[in-house]
Design a protein around this ligand. Structure first.
Ligand code: GSH
Length: 222
């Protein structure tokens, strides 16, 4: 990495999407400047670097913004391809499979989980069942491997593991145990937490829970 490179991550502390980028940067050992965005009073900088969605995370590399967390993960892997680990395998079929599962998690899990803590009654139960269906499918894909990426964290691991810090929130609101339902996936999550890159990037589960409680009171108007 050249010394004059400028790498900035614009994020909000509780974002599971931004957490993916933090893990990726830590895994590859890329220094970067962190800017915390106030999502309740968005900056003009955010509008300038992500004019379409005005969402975090955004990675700004040498003044050029890259939006959408999965897109950022692939960019980081490509630009710093000389740094291990590689998040995507060299085999095209393995790469396609990893993209499939990363997209599946990305499209389905966050939305289903929101029903658990924003929804009430029947909707909450639907959310819990959807989350468990998704987690069980993903657990099946993991199989006996230590990580989705094999011996190292790959695209799917980095896409999924930030949600581990939300498990406590989902379980508390939904009154269920992910450990009981998906023991293999829980063992995987704990294995991921042994990695410094993950442990130092994930937000505290209790802080996240309290934040979501506050959002429910004042923002989602529950
Ligand atoms: N698909 C996007 C999702 C990003 C996203 O939803 N970010 C949230 C924070 S967790 C955000 O910026 N929300 C602000 C808003 O919705 O206005 C990604 O993967 O980067």
């Amino acid at each position: 990495m050249m010394n004059d490179e400028e790498v900035i991550l614009v994020n909000f502390w509780s974002s599971p999407f931004g957490c993916r980028v933090k893990i990726a940067m830590e895994e590859k050992g890329i220094p970067y400047k962190y800017i915390e965005e106030d999502l309740f009073n968005k900056s003009s900088f955010l509008s300038a670097i992500n004019p379409v969605h005005k969402k975090v995370p955004v990675l700004v590399h040498n003044h050029k913004p890259i939006c959408e967390s999965l897109n950022i993960l692939e960019y980081v892997d490509e630009i710093w391809s000389d740094r291990s680990p590689r998040f995507l395998a060299s085999d095209p079929h393995q790469r396609a499979q990893a993209r499939f599962w990363a997209n599946f998690i990305d499209r389905e899990l966050y939305e289903a989980s929101q029903k658990i803590y924003i929804g009430k009654g029947e909707e909450q139960v639907v959310g819990k069942n959807e989350v468990l269906r998704i987690l069980k499918l993903v657990e099946g894909e993991l199989g006996d491997k230590p990580f989705f990426g094999g011996d190292n964290l790959g695209l799917v691991d980095i896409t999924l593991v930030p949600f581990y810090s939300r498990f406590y929130t989902w379980e508390t609101f939904g009154k269920f145990s992910i450990e009981e339902e998906c023991p293999g996936l829980m063992a995987w999550a704990k294995r991921c937490m042994q990695k410094e890159s993950v442990a130092k990037s994930l937000p505290d589960p209790l802080k996240t829970y309290n934040f979501i409680l506050e959002l429910n009171k004042y923002y989602y108007k529950k």
